[in-house]
Design a protein around this ligand. Structure first.
Ligand code: HEM
Ligand code: HEM
Length: 170
């Protein structure tokens, strides 16, 4: 089935659950990335790390890897079952902006963990830099995405906010 094939019954429970799980994981990464940076600096300079830095650093690695898995499963679900159509009662430019934002968010959700894993496990420092460079664009995209979601609800009066909250909403 094509990527954009209409999913006539709205988002699946899996898709909705993964959306909000990813949101939660990104929030965790927002909080724990300082520990990861501390652990990374210590590993590079061969200096010791305290217990909380180590716990926070490993939390970053584990949760970041779970983001990769969750994004891939969500994409797999979307490729195999399609997604609900973009609303008809919103302007073309808004649908296009939403599509571009979604593609870029997915790209970063996949590339950030991969570059982080390469930096950490293979010790390639440049990948650590590339990893860090993607953070600000991700935050900007998320702000755009959330503003878009509220604009959909309050301005264009579409049902997309409801359908990402309640599985099966058309
Ligand atoms: C989507 C998931 C992830 C997000 C949003 C994320 C976010 C971040 C952020 C914001 C930083 C600080 C960057 C900076 O200020 O320069 C960071 C650093 C780092 N993260 Fe992640 N991370 C994710 C997944 C991972 C994974 C799976 C690993 C695997 C080991 C990892 C390894 C690292 C490393 C090694 C650093 C230090 C890089 C440096 O400071 O140059 N991250 N991460
Ligand atoms: C870390 C934060 C977030 C990330 C990474 C994220 C990511 C995504 C992604 C990748 C999609 C899938 C689009 C697709 O497969 O076509 C999506 C859909 C959606 N998100 Fe988010 N999201 C985040 C936060 C939020 C928040 C806070 C809201 C609500 C206020 C929201 C509302 C929506 C809505 C309404 C859709 C469905 C769009 C539609 O059915 O056309 N998202 N999100």
């Amino acid at each position: 089935m094509a990527v954009s094939a209409p999913r006539s019954k709205g988002w699946s429970t899996l898709s909705v659950a993964l959306h909000w799980t990813i949101v939660l994981f990104i929030l965790v990464q927002f909080i724990d990335h300082d520990w990861m940076e501390g652990m990374w600096r210590a590993a590079r300079h061969g200096t010791p790390v305290d217990g909380s830095t180590q716990t926070g650093g490993w939390l970053h690695i584990i949760v970041g890897t779970l983001v990769l898995i969750a994004a891939i499963v969500r994409l797999w679900d979307r490729f195999t079952h399609g997604r609900p159509p973009y609303p008809e009662n919103e302007p073309r430019w808004a649908s296009l902006l939403a599509k571009i934002t979604h593609v870029l968010i997915y790209a970063i959700l996949i590339l950030m963990p991969i570059t982080g894993l390469i930096a950490w496990f293979l010790g390639v420092h440049e990948f650590g830099d590339i990893h860090g460079l993607m953070w600000t664009p991700l935050l900007i995209l998320i702000v755009l995405h959330v503003v878009g979601a509220f604009a959909q609800h309050f301005w264009f009066k579409t049902g997309v906010l409801k359908r990402i909250l309640v599985p099966g909403t058309v």
